[in-house]
Design a protein around this ligand. Structure first.
Ligand code: ADP
Ligand code: ADP
Ligand code: MG
Length: 666
């Protein structure tokens, strides 16, 4: 076995490889870009070497530099992970020339599977079932249009060099073919530097079912069963599971054989994945082969109890496969969810920033978290915005699903937009729960997956208020403990006053909605008021942000993470990024002028707290202004009516600008 290996990757997969290498007593060398100087994979590795600036093209993709580091550090082999250089045949060849083992298939196998069109020609010879279509060299638009006609619409135009869901166009009618071809070729040229395309039958309501294969240098090749990756957005996987729901032993054997035939046809060695597009009637066609370890390999590990990275390392040193096909077994069901820094409500736009708070669910035999980041780390714009992969195992799909829901409910991410709430809705959608799968599931379930914001339940505001009061109380106690007289009531900030019960208001905002919670401090808790109801509340707030609350007769659990004025509420598997407005009433009253209220400082209107025409009491919040990164509430100077607002949320206002028309009652 190797004594030392280099990992030519970053993020969760670099950490994943280091973990297995370490367990096998192999020393690890990490490489990193300037943006990753303090990244988790660098912290975990035994040695780490800087290879260049943040841009991947100047660091993680610079083959010569990485090979030099391997030589300098005495690494005997290079694990490429996925992405980056993992499917680069020239890099695999360069490793070989330098006498360093490339932990992956031979360069010839990568090359053979590199282009979708060429690989299909090979698969045709190996008698692997192919999607009806044209995958030859003739790129004449008129010829391709004739082929499309012969295949029958709808068809899919695919960039031959494509990957990651890019360079694909569905075409429904002959009239649209030419325009789609032009745009697909343009995208392919820009993304892959190669504009050759193939045209194939567009399969309606298909499933994506892929087979994990493994070959060794002794001519053995097995399949480690399948993964269903049908839940996709923009042809990219979001959820993956194993085994595929509804798979029969006969069909598994047939698909497994086709996958092994595909691998053998190119002399495959190591871990690879053969992707099939499967029809609802069970028929299947070869789509492509990914010649590397796949992002979703953990679901296979969970149902087989195997370590695929260990297998990769063994095969790379020339050992035979540890098990034969007959010895491989499926145990239970596993599901993986990709946790991304992205905003599902804005077209899954990637989000960057510091992970102010990051609390994954506790890991166990059934729950696994593969990640490349920890709390305090940054998600930068330079790389894939994946935060983690959450993988769960259950004795059956139903149990795995229940565990996934629970684990997602425990996942807390603050600092970047993320898809945790979206994933929670996704695993709850009846069609997914009932395994009614196809690649259009997300598209079809829009209504359930992107519900309108709607009213936030009163409980959420109440819990936020309770957490705030408990937090202030804790701060006050700390202060008092440090002061000369720990019992001095003047040092306490908990609202306690000499003249009996105290009253105050806490104002929270979510997007453009503002709610006020009235607080009365009682000897053993608080009376919280959110119109029209009032409830007795008490509880404890742990240092880990856990809130154990009692609201009236009910006991509730939530978590509240504080970050600046933000109060991130996690409750019942959902989260709400609330803001606390005006801590302790510090903040601007509007300057009252004849008939209106003026902005006390320049800023941006973030929310209106009441409807125009509303009658309000003295002190009621009317409008929230953001200035110098702080939020300020403009309150009613006395009882009266808000006639009209002069601005809308998002508007910038200058110092002294008249914000609203207000009419006092007397
Ligand atoms: P998969 O089928 O494993 O999802 P894809 O073919 O969609 O793979 O994408 C190719 C691989 O490259 C994926 O494993 C993906 O996570 C990885 N990848 C995509 N973009 C990046 C990036 N910017 N940095 C590193 N890896 C990436
Ligand atoms: P990539 O290299 O980008 O991963 P694939 O050929 O693997 O490209 O296809 C990616 C996804 O596109 C598949 O998982 C599937 O959802 C969809 N797809 C591919 N081929 C077809 C087809 N012929 N009909 C319908 N959908 C398809
Ligand atoms: Mg693919």
């Amino acid at each position: 076995m190797f004594k030392k290996i280099l990992i030519a990757n970053r993020g969760e997969i670099a950490c994943r490889v280091i973990k297995t290498a370490r367990s096998m007593g192999i020393v690890t060398v990490a490489v990193y870009s300037e943006a990753d100087a303090n990244a988790r994979h660098v912290r975990l590795a035994d040695e780490a070497v800087l290879i260049g600036p943040p841009a991947a093209s100047e660091s993680y993709l610079v083959a010569d530099r990485i090979l030099q580091v391997a030589k300098d550090t005495g690494a005997e082999a290079i694990h490429p992970g996925y992405g980056f250089l993992s499917e680069n045949d020239e890099f695999a060849e360069a490793c070989e020339r330098a006498g360093i083992v490339f932990i992956g298939p031979p360069a010839s196998a990568i090359r053979a599977m590199g282009l979708k069109s060429a690989s299909k020609a090979l698969m045709e010879k190996a008698k692997v079932p192919l999607t009806p279509g044209y995958h030859g060299d003739n790129q004449d638009p008129a010829f391709l249009a004739t082929q499309a006609q012969a295949i029958g619409y709808p068809v899919l135009i695919k960039a031959s060099a494509g990957g990651g869901g890019k360079g694909m166009r569905r075409v429904d009618t002959a009239a649209d073919f030419e325009a789609a071809l032009t745009s697909c070729k343009r995208e392919a040229r820009n993304a892959f530097g190669d504009d050759d395309v193939l045209v194939e039958k567009y399969i309606v309501k298909p499933r994506h079912i892929e087979f994990q294969v493994f070959g060794d240098t002794h001519g053995n090749c097995v399949y480690l069963f399948e993964r269903d990756c049908s839940v996709q957005r923009r042809h990219q996987k979001v959820l993956e599971e194993a085994p595929a729901p509804g798979m029969t032993p006969e069909r598994r054997a047939a698909m497994g054989k086709a996958a092994v035939d595909a691998a053998k046809a190119v002399g495959y060695v190591g871990a690879g994945t053969v992707e099939f597009i499967a029809m609802q009637d069970g028929g299947f066609y070869f789509m492509e082969m990914n010649t590397r370890l796949q992002v979703e390999h953990p679901v296979t590990e969970m149902i087989t109890g195997l370590d695929l990275v260990e297998w990769q390392l063994r095969v790379a040193t020339g050992e035979p496969l540890p098990l034969t096909q007959e010895q491989l077994e499926i145990d239970g069901h596993a599901i993986e969810a990709r946790i991304y820094a992205e905003d599902p409500d804005r077209g899954f736009l990637p989000s960057t920033g510091r992970l102010v708070h990051l609390a994954p669910p506790a890991e166990s035999d059934h729950v696994r978290v593969d990640t490349g980041v920890e709390q305090g780390d940054e998600i930068t714009p330079h790389y894939d915005p994946m935060i983690a992969k959450l993988i769960v195992w259950g004795a059956d799909r139903r149990q795995a699903l229940a565990r996934m829901r629970q684990a997602l409910a425990q996942y807390r991410v603050v600092g970047v937009s993320n898809n945790v709430d979206f994933l929670t809705r996704l695993v709850t959608v009846p069609s997914f729960a009932n395994a009614d799968l196809d690649t259009g599931l997300i598209e079809r379930e829009q209504a359930l997956l992107f519900p309108p914001a709607g009213e936030v339940r009163a409980d959420v505001w109440l819990l936020a208020a309770l957490a705030q009061l408990l937090r202030e109380q804790r701060l006050a106690q700390k202060k008092a403990a440090r002061s000369a007289d720990p019992h001095s009531p003047w040092r306490a900030l908990d609202g306690w006053r000499l003249n009996g019960h105290a009253e105050r208001r806490l104002v929270f905002r979510l997007g453009e909605s503002v709610r006020e919670v009235g607080v009365e401090v009682l000897p053993d808790g608080y009376r919280l008021q959110i119109s029209p109801k009032s409830v007795f509340a008490r509880g404890t707030l742990g240092a880990d942000s856990e809130l154990h609350a009692q609201l009236g007769e009910r006991r509730l659990r939530a978590a509240v993470v504080t970050s600046g004025e933000r109060r991130h509420m996690f409750f019942e598997g959902r989260s709400w990024p609330l803001s606390l407005v005006d801590t302790l009433h510090a903040g601007g009253e509007g300057e009252e002028v004849e008939g209106g209220l003026r902005a006390p400082m320049p800023g941006k209107v973030v929310a209106l707290a009441v409807q125009p025409g509303a009658t309000v009491e003295k002190g009621a919040p009317l409008l929230v202004l953001e200035a110098m990164k702080m939020e300020h509430t403009i309150h009613a100077p006395r009882k009266g009516v808000v006639k009209a607002f002069r601005f809308a949320p998002g508007d910038q206002v200058s110092d002294g600008a008249e914000l609203l028309d207000f009419e006092g009652s007397e």
